[in-house]
Design a protein around this ligand. Sequence first.
Ligand code: AMP
Ligand code: GLY
Length: 406
Amino acid sequence: MKICIVGTGGREHALAHALGHHGDVVVTPGNPGIPGSVVTPATEIDADLFVVGPEAPLVNGLADQLRAQGKRVFGPGADGAKLEGSKAWMKQVLDKAGVPTARYGSFTDQTAALAFLDQMHDLFVIKTDGLAAGKGVLVTTDRAEAAEAIGGYLSGDAFGAAGQTVVIEEGLTGPELSVLAICDGKNAVALSPAQDFKRQKDGDLGPNTGGMGAYSPVPLATEAVVEQLMDKAILPTLATLGRQGIDYRGVLYCGLMFTPEGPKVLEYNVRFGDPETQAVLPRLTSDLGQLLASAADGQLGAPPTFDAGAAVTVVCATEGYPEKPRTGDLISGIEEANSLPGVSVYCAGVKASPQGLITAGGRVLAVTGQGASIEQARENAYAGANNIHWPGIQRRTDIAAQPTQA
Ligand code: AMP
Ligand code: GLY
């Protein structure tokens, strides 16, 4: 099977690696660190299966465009991708599907937004309605900061049009989990769950980022927990979408929080998570291409299987990430890291130069270590990451140090 992956990041590198075990892979446009990267646009590529990685092309209708060309596509159309493209719409879908989620309001008017903020206590959560490259969420205990953020969002100063509708949520607390469900429009099957580390610094300090690391499996996420999540969240959501005429074929990424009142859905994304994918897919022992093709055909095949071990992913980011990444530094140590047992390096923000790969974005590499236990996988991941160097490199040192227990 020839498979075309659309995207440029570490997630796409991990997809290419996993899909490459059983198929021929091209990645468009990919990056100079991903073998099989081509500049030809997806609409001009011949392949048996197209897998669209990032949310932006999905929200902009790339899957629809490819399907209109008669291509087999894994990824929702623009109608389903709205789950990620509009948080206010996503919350309405959750309400209709009866899925537990944080109490919220969505606003375009500042007076109404501030009045709603006054009904919240202790922890204030302000989100852009639209896409903001993972940066549009503020979680703070400081009401004044929340109020100021609302002003900046609504005026368009902070995030342009994406923030001009603002979603305000009650702040929830508890461990988080990422579950990636493969959906064929009606049915769904979960991949092995992962936990993501969203904050920039050790101890979950610093601003929210796209994700500084991940591990899989998560002891908290027993089979019973995942089954309950499928029954209470994923399948009712698919059914609700179906009633609205939306045939959702792709990944439904469910980000949830285990609150004292039980699990609540924080968000849906319409794509594989980054860096969760780099921790989940290396553990897959079945044919990913067959699974995604069956979902794309609307007839989900046999459920995926995973090894009994663990994977830990450590993201190497540039100085200044997430606010102002410094770029253009020469990267060393990728080959050395890759040559260690159980270690794989996935390339994201990299660019070619005559001297070798240089940094070209905030999150540059994801180093995944595998092992029989989370502890061993963690040792391998950090052994790999410690080989990687460039001036100003930053990475967390506590990824998977205390896995969340059941
Ligand atoms: P989102 O992109 O909506 O998942 O938000 C990014 C991160 O912000 C989540 O992974 C959580 O860590 C945090 N977050 C989002 N919503 C809430 C909430 N209602 N209460 C507490 N934290 C939240
Ligand atoms: N790791 C979070 C995300 O992919 O949105």
